[in-house]
Ligand binder design. Structure first.
Ligand code: NAD
Length: 247
């Protein structure tokens, strides 16, 4: 069997990096996508990983653009012969109550978190179906499952991701293309470091595990769902949240 090729969008971020590392450890060829504005950071990220013996590709592309995303997917397929695993992990927040929500904050969050899932998956799906193998994991959020004050945009986008998962899973299961969602709770990354400390402590007080999660704990779930061993889990929404929400 040839080496499976995996694309992780938002691949140099906190959770994305851990996912790239986990997929590489499974023997995948890993392509870490980043936003074009992050290219210099991505080059450093790549060099730091290479020093530790982790050889991965980087691919700057704005996944909120269908043109950018499809050009990236086509390039990967052209160079590697296939794209077998997609982890849709790129995401942003623009938190505001709806009373203060402007169209720009709404559209940006929907475009990056939700439209990107279509933009990246659509150009890859024919290849997966023809090859009889595909694994797609969409990184949603506990806040897409339960809603969150100040996050109508983010909660809508993240809930939408799982709707996409369930619909596509039905269209592709017969061809061994498994599509799943992973919904992290609060994970220690730059995204949550930006939350003020008093709010962060209040959040931790509500988590049964009494701590935030680590990126590796998300990556381990993604590694299983995207593995060749996952032959029957599809359309699922796996919560990885320390017991914060049990839907
Ligand atoms: P992060 O900010 O460290 O990583 C997100 C990455 O996506 C960044 O590198 C960012 O530049 C990239 N990105 C943003 N817009 C992009 C675009 N248009 N094209 C390409 N790349 C783009 O955040 P993280 O905490 O690692 O989050 C990763 C994913 O997990 C996100 O989808 C987030 O919503 C989700 N999530 C995070 C948490 C958490 O607690 N950290 C909880 C639940 C869900």
């Amino acid at each position: 069997m040839s080496k499976r090729v995996a694309l992780v969008t938002g691949g140099i971020g906190g959770i994305g990096s851990a996912i790239c590392e986990a997929l590489l450890a499974q023997g995948r060829t890993v392509v870490a996508n980043c936003h074009p504005s992050e290219e210099q950071d991505a080059v450093k990220w790549q060099a730091a990983h290479k020093e530790k013996g982790m050889d991965m590709e980087i691919f700057p592309a704005d996944v909120s653009s269908f043109e950018d995303a499809s050009a990236m997917v086509e390039d990967i397929i052209k160079r590697h012969g296939s794209l077998d695993i997609i982890v849709n992990c790129a995401g942003i927040t623009r938190d505001k109550t709806l009373k203060k929500m402007d169209v720009g904050s709404w559209t940006a969050v929907i475009s990056v978190n939700l439209n990107s899932v279509f933009n990246v998956t659509r150009p890859a799906i024919d290849g997966m179906l023809n090859n009889g193998f595909g694994r797609i994991v969409n990184i949603s959020s506990v806040n897409g499952q339960k809603g969150q004050f100040g996050q109508t945009n983010y909660s809508a986008a993240k809930a939408g991701m799982h709707g996409f998962t369930m619909a596509l899973a039905q269209e592709t299961a017969r061809k061994n293309v498994m599509v799943n969602t992973v919904s992290p709770g609060y994970i220690e990354t730059a995204m949550t470091a930006a939350v003020p400390e008093d709010i962060r402590n209040a959040i931790i007080a509500t988590i049964p595990a009494a701590r935030m999660g680590q990126p590796k704990e998300i990556a381990d779930a993604v590694a299983f769902l995207s593995s060749d061993d996952n032959t029957y889990i599809t359309g699922a929404n796996l919560p990885v949240n320390g017991g914060l929400y049990m839907g």
